[in-house]
Write a protein of this length. Structure first.
Length: 472
């Protein structure tokens, strides 16, 4: 593929930024825990202070989401993440067992290439910078082209805070001219030690193919099963709270409802009382043409309000609508709305019992969500544990919103904006990725007392193998 001038500019910029990051890291890697924590705390405080302004910039630039929700995401990605990792030891001996003579010493990876998406631009940028700072890693950011300004501003704010508190210049930076070629060149660059990629399947595949350690995350086509033992109003309120949180842009947001037949009428009634709109057959057909393009979600609908999506499809719904509901009977390419949509639009499946619910949930996960997240509303613990143990998803959110639950906002899961999908999702980890994943360990073992004295070297005669020179 011939490179254009923009690609050449991008490639040169990444080389320069990675080289500067390497030099800064050589200094930063020798900082004490107290120095590291002071710098990271300053970055957190700066991010908290800029949470609303960055949210406004993100919505203005990308045209996605809700300012209030993005503000909450920014606060979560700074304050809540810091509360989770602030006591984590990331310098020197972090584990010692004197009785067994076993010790672990924390080591940073080096220079991290952080790829940041357009759906959660500022919160993901802040999050990745903070966990890199805490673990003595440098970071070069590759922003999504549709979110260059807001991501760049996020990095500028935390970088300046870090440098005011003693961080070497160049430790944190952001590309200003990102292209696909530039990002791919950065992934392969000798000064890149680890790739932290949040984005679409093609991006994640490129990260894993670059020949470097990489944390990539998969898509999240999230099904939610509503069992006959569930509280219909709790389910409706939880799902609507999730869908209206930044208009469903978190990859763990619900994409399909799988409703047990005996309570379907009550569930739909509860959703309507919470502002949901059930579309008719003609409106469904119109949405199919707009929401899905060649079996992929249309980026134009991502993070939009329901009334905006409806207008794009050629019909009207009240501006107060919280989520669009679409009755569906199948999953796959022949059912365009069964894919991941990242907007307040949910397909609705009707099943008879939790076993059939399991089957439909599996089908949805298999169609672009393996390993990510599953939601369930039920009071029957047997049903809950059947889903938790059997389904190929690494986050199971019980009786609550999956958007806020999977990232650790409304649950006690590890706070993170990067959610691994494990082997099922072709990811190296199933963790909620955080600072713990950006540390390497040196393992120091003292030889067991008396081992050398007790060891006896076996007597050995002349070697008589096939290459013995005496025997030919």
């Amino acid at each position: 593929m011939a490179l254009h001038d923009a690609d050449l500019v991008s490639i040169q910029e990444t080389r320069d930024l990675l080289k500067k990051a390497r030099a800064a890291w050589q200094t930063y890697r020798r900082f004490t825990q107290a120095q590291v924590d002071r710098i990271t705390q300053a970055m957190v405080d700066a991010g908290v202070g800029a949470s609303e302004s960055l949210a406004r910039l993100a919505v203005s630039e990308t045209g996605m989401g809700v300012v209030e929700s993005k503000t909450q995401k920014n606060l979560f990605s700074t304050r809540e993440v810091w509360n989770d990792i602030k006591d984590l030891k990331t310098v020197g001996v972090v584990h010692r067992d004197d009785a067994r003579g076993f010790f672990q010493i924390a080591e940073p990876y080096g220079v991290v290439l952080a790829v940041v998406p357009t759906t959660n631009p500022t919160s993901t940028a802040l999050f990745k910078a903070i966990i890199c700072a805490k673990t003595r890693n440098a970071m070069v950011t590759s922003p999504h082209p549709r979110a260059v300004r807001c991501i760049g501003e996020s990095i500028r704010i935390v970088r300046e805070a870090a440098e005011r508190n003693g961080a070497p210049p160049g430790l944190f930076s952001c590309m200003t001219s990102p292209t696909i070629e530039g990002t791919q060149a950065a992934m392969r660059d000798r000064n890149c030690d680890l790739i932290l990629a949040t984005g679409g399947p093609d991006l994640v595949k490129a990260a894993y193919s670059a020949g470097k350690p990489a944390y990539g995350v998969g898509p999240g086509n999230v099904p939610v099963y509503i069992d006959r033992s569930a509280d219909p109003m709790l389910a409706a309120r939880g799902v609507v709270a999730s869908q209206t949180f930044d208009n469903g842009t978190i990859c763990a947001s619900e994409q399909s409802l799988v409703i047990d037949a005996p309570i379907k009428a009550r569930v739909l009634d509860a959703f309507k009382k919470n502002g949901a709109y059930l579309v008719d057959a003609a409106q469904k057909a119109a949405l199919e043409r707009v929401v899905a393009k060649d079996a992929r979600m249309n980026p134009a609908v991502v993070g939009q309000f329901p009334h905006v999506i409806a207008k794009m499809a050629g019909f009207e719904v009240p501006q107060s609508t919280t989520v669009l509901l679409v009755e569906e009977t199948g999953v796959g390419r022949d059912f365009p709305l069964s894919l991941e949509k990242l907007c307040p639009l949910l397909t609705v499946y009707t099943v008879d019992g939790w076993k059939q619910g399991c089957e439909v949930c599996f089908d949805v996960l298999e169609y672009g969500g393996l390993g990510h997240t599953l939601g369930i509303y039920a009071s029957d613990e047997k049903v809950i544990w059947q889903f938790a143990e059997e389904k190929p998803s690494h986050r199971v959110i019980v009786n609550g919103p999956t958007s806020q639950g999977a990232v650790g906002f409304s649950t006690n899961l590890r706070p993170s904006m990067t959610l691994g999908c494990g082997a099922a999702g072709k990811n190296i980890t199933s963790d909620n990725v955080s600072a713990q994943n950006l540390i390497l360990m040196k393992h120091v073992g003292f030889t067991k007392k008396g081992f050398v004295d007790a060891y006896r070297v076996p007597a050995r005669g002349p070697y008589v193998g096939p290459f013995n020179t005496v025997n030919g």
